[in-house]
Write a protein that binds this ligand. Structure first.
Ligand SMILES: *Cc1c(COP(=O)(O)O)cnc(C)c1O
Length: 410
């Protein structure tokens, strides 16, 4: 079986344009007061990106503090279990603080330091972005405030405590559904008020320009390492690369290096929740529409009147109504395919990965793993599929026990 995907008519590196457009998607849909700070940030970032000193410092810290490069691991038993393609896992779960999030938190905080900012704020859903940001703020000596929906604080109480141990001020948000969307609103409000002293580290490839570009660039290291590692181990490119998609940062991070390798199929996996019915899932390409949310034009789950739908996923990190604009662009071009996994499929993959490989994946990651295992079965033994193991599941153990009906008390 050979797969071939449509050729791109632009160089992925030329995107986005100066106003943050990926074709029809992206842009800068923000209040007037934020335009100047966003342009200042864009300029500071472009200067940093070109500065060898900045790159040297970034790669130094990625190695020394974050633990890069991460291994590309041959999952031999999982491959045998599925009985199809050879399965490799990119071990972002082995990074410091437990997920890919640290790549971006580190990169953006180094930009903030160059800009002379003293204070860093962030939103968090699963808590992984919050803990990565809190850890780096401790290390670099920034004041740190993390906004988090109260429902997410309940689901991720251990991560809340970890952030506090690292000196972060974690502020609960009780508006609306009490999850990620409301936390982003609160962080935006803070930023508008304190923009002179404060940098806002967005945790995914979302929001107004320049965030989707910056976040993507700081995660591109995943795919660059992965491409080199598979060439070393197998002497050829994989047939498919797959990743779970919340906002889309771990996915664009691993996909980017393969975008022009047209023989490599790229598949993003969204959260199918309980089922694909409004309010019961977070799969934006299943039943979403083009709209604007929190700074960018992209695929959004909303009512015909433009009210943002409720979303649901067993994993807090995928529970968001909008997808990153760069994914919307490559979906339209046919270069990135999208599928989804339901809560119960993700939980099954979570258990399988624990039992078969001794790896406890994050519930977000488990969505990607559910697709990967199904897909590997359809492929032949001379094919290779790579899954991005975006994070570890330590934070999810209590929630998994609760939904699987296991009692932790004895
Ligand atoms: C946050 C998170 C995600 C979802 O975010 P993306 O920006 O889509 O990568 C996925 N996996 C893990 C482990 C996470 O912490």
């Amino acid at each position: 079986m050979t797969t071939s995907t449509p050729k791109l008519d632009v160089d992925p590196l030329s995107l986005p344009d100066a106003r943050g457009h990926f074709g029809a998607y992206g842009g800068m849909y923000v209040p007037e007061t934020l335009m100047t700070p966003l342009f200042e940030l864009t300029e500071a970032y472009h200067k940093a990106r070109k500065d060898p000193e900045f790159q040297k410092e970034l790669y130094h810290q990625l190695r020394e503090f974050a633990g890069r490069p991460t291994n590309l691991y041959y999952a031999e038993r999982l491959s045998q279990h599925c009985g199809g393609a050879k399965i490799y896992l990119k071990r972002e779960d082995l990074l410091h603080t437990g997920a890919h999030k640290i790549n971006n938190a580190l990169g953006q905080s180094l930009v903030a330091k160059r800009m002379g900012k003293k204070r860093i704020i962030a939103e968090t859903g699963a808590g992984q972005h919050g803990i990565a940001t809190a850890a780096i703020c401790a290390k670099l000596g920034f004041e740190c405030v993390i906004y988090m929906g109260e429902e997410d604080m309940r689901r991720q109480s251990l991560n809340v405590y970890r952030m506090r141990l690292c000196g972060a001020d974690v502020r609960g948000v009780s508006a609306g559904q009490k999850t990620l969307k409301e936390a982003v609103n609160e962080a935006m409000r803070d930023w508008v008020t304190n923009v002179r002293t404060t940098h806002y580290i967005i945790g995914s490839a979302l929001g107004s320009h320049p965030f989707p570009m910056m976040v993507r660039d700081f995660h591109r290291v995943i795919g660059e390492e992965c491409r080199r590692q598979i060439m070393e181990k197998e002497g050829r490119l994989p047939d498919e690369v797959t990743a779970c998609v919340g906002g889309g940062s771990n996915a664009i991070g691993i996909f980017f290096a393969f975008l022009k390798d047209y023989e490599v199929r790229l598949t993003g996996v969204e959260a199918g929740g309980r089922e694909i019915k409004p309010g019961h899932h977070a799969a934006r390409f299943e039943g979403g529409q083009l709209g604007v949310l929190q700074g960018a034009k992209t695929w959004i789950l909303q009512s015909p009147e433009g009210q943002i739908n409720l979303t649901h996923s067993v994993s807090a990190g995928l529970d968001y109504a909008a997808v990153g604009p760069e994914h919307a662009y490559y979906q339209e071009k046919g270069r990135i395919n999208f599928g989804y996994a339901t809560d119960s499929e993700a939980l099954k993959a979570f258990e399988d990965l624990c039992e078969i490989e001794g790896i406890v994946p994050a519930l977000e990651t488990s969505h990607g793993m559910a697709y990967l295992m199904k897909r590997a079965q359809e492929m032949s033994s001379d094919q290779i599929i790579i899954g991005n193991l975006s994070g570890r599941g330590d934070k999810d153990v209590q929630e998994a026990a609760r939904v699987l009906g296991d009692d932790l008390s004895h």
